[in-house]
Design a protein around this ligand. Structure first.
Ligand code: GDP
Length: 424
């Protein structure tokens, strides 16, 4: 396998971290190319259970170089906490295996604060932000009002730049929201406490990746969230503020010339969604409760219960197409083992008409799911490691996904652990 992207097809939490952890075996470099510490990639392997937020999932495998690309929201405060937490479990993290792009923009302390203030202002119309400052960060990035990580190496330049930003940001903080303004002392304290310690990791990752490509090193691009949360193609305005699509990966990673030969779109065997917004196939009541508990569907970052529903083929086909996936990884197939028959959303009803086309966001609120039922396999498949050993009903379920989505299912995950997987 040469360069590969592991991306989400749905609303996020599909199990991308788990797939990255498995696929790193065939790669040399793992790069996070978008998003921030609002992710929650849970990875289980021989070293233990890890909830990774900003760190690429490749840090858990020795010999892998991990990069935080220019496209991420680099939150030094949370990154430091995460590095320490992972190190405390015996994982080595040093500038040899973690590199931060000098072109990554810094998530400033006021971004988190602005996120909170805006969600409060929105009250019952809130978007369900994780309050990690991601939207405020990306807005500022596109206004060119952030600090690049590399500026930490130029103290005089940094001071002057911070002073300009401070003046500008205080207009919004105190003028719009009536919040406490920041001072230069506060910012310098933040730089000292949280930015100085990450300086050893900051380097010119673009040159590093150019050389790595010339040497034939294999890159794995790790995405956060899924296609339905993509800023341009997702369920606007309930998207994230970055581009979650594989096509953006080389740009956000710092390797704009890199080709991606394999795009693995990760699809959970049923649907989950965190936060607000339309979720057409949502289940409620005891059926939802059972699925949520069986699948342990509680957010890794926030602990929030995830909304659950049957596999949504309308959304999945759309998401896989937006990702231009060359292969699908279906995760959590083992969770469905308790069901007598398995609901699947095959179409939507929009304006009284059945459709298999994923609608424009404004039409999603009124869309209704058409549910069909497939026979369950009523067995624990978590120990199965080959396609032939899967019960026929489970094979039928996978074949059905492949047929409807029109992309081969290459991996079937039947457990959270690294080797709990069927390769097809
Ligand atoms: P990500 O953000 O896409 O990496 O996904 P999350 O980590 O938020 O959610 C996936 C959850 O499912 C994690 O807790 C994983 O450990 C777990 N998981 C992944 N694949 C499987 C699987 O095949 N079976 C089971 N039972 N759990 C899985």
């Amino acid at each position: 396998m040469s360069n590969c992207a592991v991306v989400g097809v749905n609303w996020g939490d599909e199990g991308k971290g788990r797939m990255v952890d498995f696929l790193t075996e065939d790669h040399d470099i793992v790069i996070r190319f978008q998003g921030g510490g609002n992710a929650g990639h849970t990875v289980v392997n021989s070293k233990g259970k890890f909830a990774l937020h900003l760190l690429p999932s490749g840090v858990l495998r020795e010999g892998i170089v991990n990069i935080l690309g220019n496209g991420v929201a680099l939150d030094p405060e949370n990154l430091l906490i995460e590095i320490k937490e992972v190190q405390s479990k015996g994982v080595v993290i040093s500038p040899n295996n973690l590199k931060i792009s000098e072109r990554a923009s810094l998530l400033m302390p006021w971004h988190r604060e602005l996120d909170e203030l805006e969600e409060k202002r929105l009250a019952d119309k809130k978007y369900g932000s994780t309050k990690q400052g991601i939207a405020a960060f990306y807005s500022d990035k596109y206004q060119k009002k952030t600090i690049l990580a590399g500026e930490l190496l130029y103290p005089e330049y940094l001071q002057a730049h911070l002073k300009d930003l401070l003046e500008w940001k205080n207009l919004t903080l105190s003028g719009v929201y009536g919040a406490r303004p920041y001072t230069m002392e506060m910012l310098m304290e933040w730089v000292g406490n949280y930015c100085q310690p990450i300086i050893p990791y900051i380097c010119d990752t673009v040159s590093y990746l150019k050389e790595a490509q010339e040497e034939g090193k294999r890159i794995l691009f790790e995405a956060q969230l899924g296609a339905l949360r993509d800023l341009d193609y997702g369920i606007c305005p309930y998207t994230t503020s970055s581009t979650t699509l594989a096509r953006y990966a080389p740009v956000g990673a710092g390797a704009p010339s890199a080709d991606i030969s394999e795009i693995i779109g990760v699809v959970k065997a049923y649907s989950t969604c965190v936060g607000e917004g339309p979720f057409v196939c949502e289940m409620h009541g005891t059926d939802a409760e059972t699925l949520r508990n069986t699948g342990a569907e509680y957010g890794a970052k926030t602990g929030r219960p995830r909304r659950v529903g049957p596999l949504d083929l309308v959304a999945t086909r759309y998401g896989a197409a937006m990702q231009n996936a060359t292969g699908i990884a279906v995760t959590k197939l083992d969770i469905l083992g308790y069901m007598d028959s398995i609901p699947v959303c095959t179409k939507y009803i929009v304006n009284g008409k059945e459709t298999d086309k994923f609608p424009f966001p404004a039409a999603l609120d009124k869309a209704e799911p058409v549910i069909e039922w497939m026979p369950g396999w009523k067995t624990d498949v978590s120990g199965v490691r080959s396609w032939d050993d899967l019960p026929k009903e489970a094979q039928d379920y996978i074949n059905m996904i492949e047929r409807v989505v029109g992309i081969p299912v290459k991996y079937i995950s039947v457990g959270a652990e690294r080797d709990s997987i069927i390769i097809r």
